[in-house]
Ligand binder design. Structure first.
Ligand SMILES: Cc1ncc(COP(=O)(O)O)c(C=O)c1O
Length: 383
């Protein structure tokens, strides 16, 4: 079908929530995408940090097709080995407590907020400015960005936002009425801004003092992206609860909320639930992703490639470069226009998180050569 016909269908039948580029991708392999006309692109966005193993990684395809041919879904009313194996691996590889599966990052946020309320009934929440936790009404209430929040007021009450670089302000607002402090250790949708470690430490201390839960949102910065399996493992501050999604599925929808041992039994039967999560097919996919990611030499390579990308961007002289591992952002005037010309002229897929910020989130399997090619194309476009 021609692009004009797709656009006509979109105008007629899709709610107009996205500004799409005029490209239809039809095939992918590793860090490469092909459009319907056969043009080849280098993907440095990875489906917004989802395609952690690159497109159509053979182990992921194999896990999905095998499980799809065996059993796709039964419901959470019965046992299923792939989900229980996945829960054990997630717990052992992170906080050591229990896991609730869901379908997305926003749902993982909702789970963490409800856990907070179970922990401290009627308690409030503290979040950081510039953070993003999802679009459902609870997650949106935790996302202090006026443009996203204002059209949907009244929001869920009880959220206080403080600056990400003011540890004292954070410490001052956390008290015995606080259910949880929710932090994205590296703010992704905000344009890739690592939260200062002093803020993370202040949050940890404030939660220890007040008894509030410290929750880290690792939906974007987790799953190996920073060169450790979870970002917090490289930061020296351990949360009580962690959320993740995106790269855990490598391309299929999954989310998870993981606790430390102390908070594993906050929910009781009937407190929370969902139809699809923990299904055999999605859990088999996530297990296949972890088989690749949860490996010291793979994670070391992510860190090494991340340094190569960061140093290359620095050499290009981009402004306000921030990031870690394979997630980087920098300032660039008219970022959406640059993103479009990178896509259409340079065949490099990146994205603009705002009018003047570019974000790079390549697959974790990206090669050093692909990083050099992406830097060349960026250099050409930036001039
Ligand atoms: C840090 C973070 N939390 C939550 C979300 C929401 O995830 P989802 O879009 O899967 O609901 C996102 C999505 O970009 C995210 O980056």
């Amino acid at each position: 079908m021609a692009l004009a016909d797709l656009q006509a269908l979109e105008r007629s039948y899709l709610m107009p929530t996205y500004a799409r580029h005029p490209v239809e991708f039809v095939r992918g392999s590793g860090s490469v995408l092909w459009d319907v006309e056969g043009n080849e692109y280098l993907d440095f966005l990875g489906g917004v940090a989802v395609v952690s193993l690159g497109h159509c990684h053979p182990a992921l395809v194999e896990a999905l097709t095998t499980q799809a041919g065996q059993l796709m879904h039964t419901s959470n009313l019965y046992y299923s080995e792939p989900a229980l194996q996945l829960a054990e691996r997630l717990s052992r590889g992170s906080l050591g407590g229990k896991v609730f599966f869901c379908n997305s990052g926003a749902e993982a946020t909702e789970c963490a907020l409800k856990l907070g309320r179970r922990h401290r009934p009627r308690g409030n929440f503290v979040v950081l400015r510039g953070g993003f936790h999802g679009r459902s009404l609870g997650a949106l209430s935790a996302t202090p960005q006026p443009a996203k929040q204002l059209p949907f007021e009244p929001l869920v009450p009880g959220f206080t936002a403080v600056p990400r670089d003011d540890p004292q302000a954070l410490s001052d607002v956390v008290d015995e009425q606080t259910a949880a402090v929710l932090i994205e250790p590296i703010q992704g949708e905000g344009g890739i801004h690592p939260v200062p470690v002093e803020t993370l430490e202040a949050a940890r201390a404030a939660c220890d003092r007040s008894g509030a839960l410290l929750v880290f949102d690792e939906v974007q910065c987790g799953n190996g992206r920073t060169g450790t399996l979870w970002a917090y493992q490289g930061l020296g501050v351990t949360p009580d609860v962690m959320t993740t999604a995106k790269g855990l599925g490598g391309g299929v929808p999954i989310g998870a909320c993981i606790t430390s041992p102390e908070y594993g039994d906050l929910f009781q039967p009937g407190d929370h639930g969902s139809t699809f999560p923990g299904g055999p097919m999605i859990a088999a996919a996530a297990n296949a992703v972890l088989d690749v990611l949860d490996d010291r030499s793979f994670l070391d390579a992510v860190a090494e490639k991340g340094r190569r990308l960061g140093e290359g961007l620095e050499r290009l002289g981009v402004a306000n470069l921030e990031g870690a591992g394979l997630m980087w952002g920098f300032d660039q005037p008219e970022a959406p226009a640059l993103t479009r010309s990178l896509l259409l002229d340079q065949r490099l897929v990146v994205n603009a998180t705002g009018p003047d910020r570019i974000r790079l989130l390549p697959p974790l399997t990206v090669s050093a050569e692909e990083i050099d090619t992406a830097l060349e194309r960026l250099g050409t476009a930036i001039g």
